[in-house]
Design a protein around this ligand. Structure first.
Ligand code: ATP
Ligand code: MG
Ligand code: MG
Ligand code: MG
Length: 428
């Protein structure tokens, strides 16, 4: 992508209405534009990151055996009356009528819809277990939308739903998602700690939230310091992690004798990036879903639901990975891998080298943002640093005369001069 033809409306000043660093940087880097309170347009750079995060989430869901489908954003009120949640949900639900005066809503979550779909098409125990997921926009009319995409009203969520024949199966599905979540967050360079959570309006008995630790987090969590030593990329981490005391504040408050000695009990702010629930037959029972069991009798399936805040993660990753100059994207979700800077667009030799590198990197499938604009070097460096592209290749007249380019790693800032061939080999 040539920057001269791209759409990257960066801001020089920090917007005064943005309180937290991720929101400030997303606005400054031209990633998002607010269109109404808590509702954002994803500008090209922001969209690239959103899609990358979505891709990581999707890959890990697929690996865990979940099957993707796509349910609509708009739902009928009658569907929610079947579970009893239409009246219970409250003002966070955006409700409206269609031209025939039928009551509709913009989905805040999809338990009812997936249960109805499953109920209408699954008859036998042979079709279980199944976990289905989609990545779809949700709307919740939050009282205080704030912190940019962290608490939007319209936001992108991955939500998965598991159906099992019995409780043991349901627990196994829950565990599989737990592992998928640890992998998903680790791939984004995040340490997300799982904490026991209240089940709230979704109901049920087993639930974990996944939190990124950050001062700006809206949740408060309590945990045993031992949690900090667990390597969460380890596949065996689930047993270890669930065995260590970690609770969301509301749950912690209910604990009469906290088993963690005071000197080991940590209290931190966290950003909730994922939440998993096992709630048994709450929806399947209310909505009359049964399958024929192996012995011929009707069985009410056991369900779980599993959310990841895909758009919230864009902000969450920035909270966890930035410096004074801007964003530092982890490689796995960077909008581009390489920022190619030609310091002298008016110099034919520099332009030839830069054009050639751009063509070769692109041909090798490397995502390159090529700053071919007629701008000062300082402005070009500042933009690349701000938008956080992991590798920068700098081309200037002196280097070109000596047959070298400069390669800079955004995180850590290591710089190195090397031949054009070596730079190519390093980046492809
Ligand atoms: P919160 O406590 O932040 O209000 P929640 O507990 O209401 O979130 P869930 O119903 O558990 O949210 O939804 C699953 C995930 O969707 C959350 O873990 C979070 O990452 C994301 N999410 C929820 N609400 C929002 C929002 N308003 N904006 C962005 N992401 C959100
Ligand atoms: Mg909420
Ligand atoms: Mg919550
Ligand atoms: Mg939650």
């Amino acid at each position: 992508m040539k920057l001269s033809g791209y759409f990257l409306p960066v801001l020089k000043e920090t917007p005064t209405d943005a309180q937290i660093v991720s929101h400030q940087l997303m606005l400054r880097a031209g990633m998002i534009k607010q269109t109404s309170a808590g509702i954002y347009a994803w500008l090209p750079l922001g969209l690239r990151v959103l899609r990358k995060i979505e891709a990581v989430v999707r890959e890990e869901q697929d690996k865990a055996g979940a099957v993707e489908l796509l349910m609509p954003t708009i739902q009928a009120a009658d569907l929610w009356r079947e579970s009893g949640r239409y009246d219970a949900y409250g003002p966070e639900m955006l409700r409206f009528n269609d031209r025939h005066d039928r009551e509709m809503l913009f989905g805040p979550t999809n338990e009812e819809m997936i249960t109805a779909i499953f109920r209408d098409s699954v008859r036998s125990y042979r079709d279980l277990p199944r976990t289905l997921y989609h990545i779809q926009w949700k709307f919740r009319d939050e009282t205080r939308p704030r912190f940019g995409v962290m608490r939007g009203r319209e936001f992108l969520m991955k939500d998965a739903y598991s159906f099992d024949l019995d409780e043991a199966g349901g627990q196994a599905s829950y565990r599989a998602m737990f592992v998928a979540y640890l992998r998903t967050f680790a791939r984004m360079g995040l340490k997300a700690v799982p904490v026991r959570a209240p089940t709230g309006p979704i109901g049920g008995n087993l639930s974990h939230e996944f939190h990124i630790l950050a001062e700006t987090g809206e949740s408060e969590i309590f945990y045993d310091a031992a949690l900090e030593d667990v390597d969460i990329t380890d596949a065996g981490a689930v047993e270890q992690l669930t065995g260590i005391y970690a609770m969301e504040a509301e749950e912690h408050a209910k604990v009469e004798n906290c088993p963690v000695p005071a000197d080991r009990l940590r209290s931190r702010r966290g950003i909730e990036v994922g939440h998993i629930f096992f709630f048994g037959n709450k929806y399947t029972k209310a909505m009359g879903m049964t399958v024929q069991g192996p012995e011929g009798s009707a069985v009410v399936p056991q369900m779980g639901s599993y959310g990841i805040g895909v758009s919230r993660l864009v902000g969450g990753v920035i909270e966890a990975s930035h410096d004074k100059d801007g964003i530092v994207w982890p490689d796995a979700i960077a909008p581009f891998k390489v920022g190619l800077i030609n310091l002298r667009v008016d110099d034919a030799a520099c332009a030839a080298v830069a054009d050639d590198l751009y063509a070769k990197l692109s041909a090798a499938g490397v995502e390159v943002l090529y700053d071919d604009r007629d701008e000062r070097g300082g402005a070009k460096f500042a933009t690349m640093d701000l938008i956080g592209v992991p590798w920068q290749v700098v081309i200037g007249p002196k280097g070109v005369a000596a047959g070298v380019v400069e390669l800079k790693r955004r995180g850590g800032g290591d710089r190195e001069e090397l031949s054009i061939e070596s730079a190519l080999a390093r980046l492809t």
